[in-house]
Write a protein that binds this ligand. Structure first.
Ligand SMILES: Cc1cc2nc3c(=O)[nH]c(=O)nc-3n(C[C@H](O)[C@H](O)[C@H](O)COP(=O)(O)OP(=O)(O)OC[C@H]3O[C@@H](n4cnc5c(N)ncnc54)[C@H](O)[C@@H]3O)c2cc1C
Length: 533
């Protein structure tokens, strides 16, 4: 099988164009190509007058490959290397079932990996299954009734279930491929296997998570919903069990010697308890800001020019950043093309926003988080959990600003840049489901954040024409870009102070995003499998 790269395919191109492009690159007749499969597809929109796809493909040819390899540049044509998943041998001999707290991407993939290894894991998830959770989120948005255990952060699938389901990641771990293959095998759109910017969309992510849950159970695993890890049972420096609370609040002890702690970045109550039990943690920088919302058509036009709206392109994405030579910069994060801003609170009396899109990305607006980094020296004090306190303070301020019913503070970009409170909306209709209260988001966010945001808007407007349009809407606050805490672990993925405890995923400070959390989940599962006690 040959791998061929940089095949230029027109937007309306299909299999025919792919085969002829491959034949040209392989310097062979089209008839010699027996099969071809795209392995990577990206959009080249550098020239707005000539936008096309760039594809890599795996090609089966008739006859020997050696003559083709001999006449083609090795940078464009090489032998394909199929992905091979080789989990480590199971050395774990313990009679106890490993426990996983949290059924977000980290918990899901560690459970799947342990179940595939025959270790019958028990998953504790404080929230409800994805269908019941969707109803809980709907009730929160419509009636402002927040369930602190089943909401945008907590429940089957974890934080990212109601999201754009973007699967882009900065990590270069070969296990990413395993994650993509498992997602596609469980209902995620097939193109995630080759799209340069893969996304699932919130409407498809729920079913994919459900399908994986069924797979885990079919392999002997168990998923207990409305089961909240309350504390660790520790003896002689090792895990001997855990205590969890069921839906009635009854506390139940469960014996185990291995706990994968995949509780995400919003499980503040659990983190506070673990800290009190002596689990070592340190502060970790995170970012704060607001969601910025523009008309989708404007973003599409800025990115694709006259090709905007082309069916093969879909809604346009952007990723902007500006880092002045001295001082902190700003960047856009978790962009949701053709999506909505969402109220993503998990604590009563606290307001936080985020973003989501359906698979079609066809809503009126496009949004992203405009964020500024908060270094640990900007935390209120040196306490390991000071970052959580800072987040909570900002969220409670925003809640009060909005009138105490989860209405979100908002401001027009034009007014924000001029530091004047907004009193009314312009042409952009904000999509926040719990509504907005116009004013000044400077009343909610720290000055050392808003000043940098305001300065960055002008610079980003040069990177994307219209980004600083005066009528664009800023909805605040976005405070949960990543975890403000890291739970220390050693090279065996375990805490030193308590053996058998495996801090995992975003909440423990080892991942950011769906894919990297899932990969960290697999790595922690490997560590449990290899741990012979
Ligand atoms: C609205 C939104 C949109 C996002 N969009 C994207 C995106 O498009 N792409 C992307 O890559 N990332 C996105 N993210 C970030 C992504 O969701 C997270 O990085 C990822 O989910 C982290 O995975 P995790 O498994 O470590 O933690 P989480 O997904 O946070 O899962 C932790 C789980 O643990 C459970 N839990 C917490 N405490 C306990 C306890 N005491 N006992 C039992 N269970 C407990 C929670 O209920 C939760 O289900 C988004 C996040 C949000 C909130």
């Amino acid at each position: 099988m040959l791998k061929v790269t940089e095949l230029k395919i027109p937007l309306n191109g299909g299999h025919t164009e792919l085969v002829s492009a491959a034949a040209r690159a392989l310097k062979c007749r089209e008839e010699r190509i027996k099969s071809i499969a795209v392995t990577r597809k990206s959009v080249d929109s550098r020239d707005k007058e000539d936008i096309f796809f760039v594809c890599n493909a795996e090609v089966q040819v008739d006859g020997e490959e050696s003559d083709i390899l001999a006449k083609c540049s090795p940078t464009r044509v090489s032998i394909a290397e199929p992905f091979a998943y080789t989990p480590p041998p199971v050395r774990r001999g313990s009679p106890f079932r490993p426990v996983i707290a949290g059924f977000g991407p980290a918990g899901i993939f560690s459970a799947l990996t342990l179940a595939q290894a025959g270790l019958r894991p028990v998953v504790l998830e404080r929230g409800r299954d994805v269908d019941a959770r969707a109803a809980d989120v709907g009730r929160f948005w419509q009636k402002r009734e927040l369930d602190e255990n089943s909401n945008m952060q907590f429940g089957e699938g974890g934080a990212g279930t109601f999201s754009d389901g973007k699967l882009t990641t900065g990590i270069k771990d070969k296990l990413c491929r395993k994650v993509f293959l498992d997602l596609a095998a469980n209902g995620a759109p097939e193109e995630i296997l080759y799209s340069a910017k893969p996304h699932i969309g919130t409407d498809k992510l729920g079913n994919t998570v459900k399908s994986i849950r069924k797979k885990i159970i079919s392999l002997g695993g168990e998923v207990r919903f409305e089961s909240r890890l309350v504390k660790l049972i520790i003896a002689n420096g090792a895990i001997h069990g855990i205590t969890y609370a069921d839906r009635h609040g009854r506390e139940i002890d469960f014996e185990t010697d291995a706990l994968i702690l995949a509780i995400g970045h919003s499980a503040r109550d659990t983190v506070e308890t673990l800290y009190a039990q002596g689990i070592k943690m340190i502060q970790k920088p995170f970012s704060v800001g607001a969601r910025i919302e523009h008309p989708r058509e404007m973003i599409d036009k800025a990115q694709y020019g006259s090709f905007a709206g082309h069916a093969a392109l879909g809604a346009a994405e952007y990723k902007l950043a500006c880092h002045p030579p001295h001082g902190r910069g700003a960047y856009t994060f978790c962009m949701c093309p053709g999506g909505t801003v969402v109220t993503a609170s998990s604590e009563k009396g606290g307001l936080v926003v985020n973003g989501m899109s359906e698979y079609t990305r066809s809503r009126e607006n496009s949004n992203s988080a405009l964020l500024v980094g908060i270094d640990t020296q900007n935390f209120p004090d040196k306490h390991p959990l000071a970052g959580i306190r800072l987040q909570r303070e900002l969220e409670q301020k925003a809640f009060a600003f909005g009138g105490g019913d989860y209405t979100a503070p908002a401001q027009l970009v034009g007014d924000f840049i001029k530091s004047i409170p907004s009193s009314k909306l312009g042409g952009v209709k904000p999509s926040c489901p719990t509504g907005v209260k116009m004013g000044s988001i400077r009343d909610v966010l720290p000055n050392n954040v808003t000043d940098i945001m305001a300065d960055a808007l002008g610079k980003m407007n040069r990177q994307l024409n219209g980004f600083a349009m005066p009528e664009a809407v800023l909805t605040a606050p976005e405070t949960r870009s990543s975890s403000p805490v890291r739970i220390l672990r050693d090279e065996f993925y375990q805490t030193e102070e308590v053996r058998g405890l495996f801090p995992c995923g975003e909440g423990a400070g080892y991942a950011g995003g769906i894919v990297s959390a899932a990969v960290d989940g697999i790595r922690c599962a490997f560590a449990v499998m290899e741990d012979d006690g």
